[in-house]
Ligand binder design. Structure first.
Ligand SMILES: Nc1ncnc2c1ncn2[C@@H]1O[C@H](COP(=O)(O)OP(=O)(O)OP(=O)(O)O)[C@@H](O)[C@H]1O
Length: 304
């Protein structure tokens, strides 16, 4: 069963006096029940904006989002409140996302109330995320970053989301906590039948936990596929560059050359394929026409 369907999504940021930024520019993506999808791409390519739109925290300008069978967008107030329980986000900074003045048990209890769950206790959820039950009576400042992130995960689970989203949930943690928290999110998503959309710039962790990878570039998903396949045979030149940028233990860099330049300004994207100014394999067609097909949005891989 598909839990999240994003179809041709467009999300814009409007700042007075500034050009409009189309941070998500026609992205399509699905996450199935119990599936872990890793969303990767350079900083500024629109991953957080996409995640916020899925949670109903940012309106979509066009396209559709469906979470657990309910439309999040086009956005209505009722569908928005549903979206807030349908998809739950775990943010990068566990220090900022928990209220420092409330005991953690009370914060988890808020979620249980929202879900109308009278049988589960905050202590049960703490146990599920691998923490002692008596942590419920303590305040966030008493915990390490990894423990706080586990508390944030418990709070997200309290709402019984159909989809869990981690927006760089491990990047603020110590190296030792990173893979533990990532694996925990994966295990909980699989065990509860929820899907997990895991956003991270740490490709080695994504490789460890994701069933499928979605590669985002300048507002669009340019390649999707099973993790092992994409790793063994990355097709889009951008994916190759991303994977080539991390050291392979066996010394197998797919595209060792670093990409020239930065991600272009989404307020003024290049014509044709958005990646063409940085692509080592650019062809004439790439400058003129955007490859609007999947699973590899590249003219070198146009479906027959
Ligand atoms: N509130 C905002 N107002 C204006 N522009 C924004 C806003 N939030 C994000 N942007 C712009 O939208 C684009 C996509 O940003 P977004 O944070 O979604 O990307 P990202 O891939 O999640 O990057 P990062 O990994 O750095 O968080 C960027 O160009 C960013 O500057």
């Amino acid at each position: 069963m598909t839990l999240l369907t994003i179809d041709d999504l467009v999300v814009e940021h409007r700042t007075p006096g500034r050009p409009l930024v189309r941070a998500v520019a026609g992205a399509s993506l699905t996450v199935a029940a119990g599936e872990v999808v890793g969303l990767v791409g350079e900083s500024g390519c629109g991953k957080s904006t996409l995640a916020r739109a899925v949670c109903g925290l940012h309106p979509a300008a066009a396209g559709t989002i469906t979470v657990g069978g309910h439309p999040v967008s086009p956005l209505g107030l009722r569908s928005r409140s549903r979206a807030l329980t349908g998809a739950q986000m775990v943010f990068q900074d566990p220090y900022a996302s928990l209220n420092p003045r409330r005991r953690v048990g009370a914060q988890i209890a808020d979620g249980l109330r929202t879900a109308g769950d009278r049988t589960t206790t905050p202590e049960d959820l703490l146990e599920r995320v691998g923490l002692p039950r008596d942590f419920a009576g303590r305040f966030p400042h008493e915990f390490s970053g990894g423990q706080r992130q586990r508390i944030a995960i418990a709070r997200a689970l309290a709402v019984r989301p159909s989809l869990l989203i981690g927006d760089e949930p491990i990047s603020a943690l110590d190296a030792s906590a990173q893979s533990h928290v990532a694996r925990l999110m994966r295990d909980l998503a699989v065990e509860s039948g929820a899907g997990l959309l895991f956003i991270s710039h740490d490709l080695s962790v994504v490789r460890l936990i994701a069933d499928r990878i979605a590669v985002m570039y300048l507002g669009r998903i340019v390649e999707t596929g099973p993790t092992a396949e994409v790793w063994a045979d990355p097709r889009h030149p951008y994916t190759r560059a991303l994977l080539g940028a991390i050291p392979h233990p066996d010394g197998r860099g797919v595209l060792p050359a670093e990409l020239p330049g930065d991600v272009p300004d989404p307020a003024d994207p290049p014509s044709g394929c958005r990646f063409h100014p940085r692509c080592p394999l650019v062809m004439d067609v790439c400058r003129d026409r955007e490859p609007e097909f999947g699973p590899v949005a590249c003219w070198l891989h146009e479906p027959a």
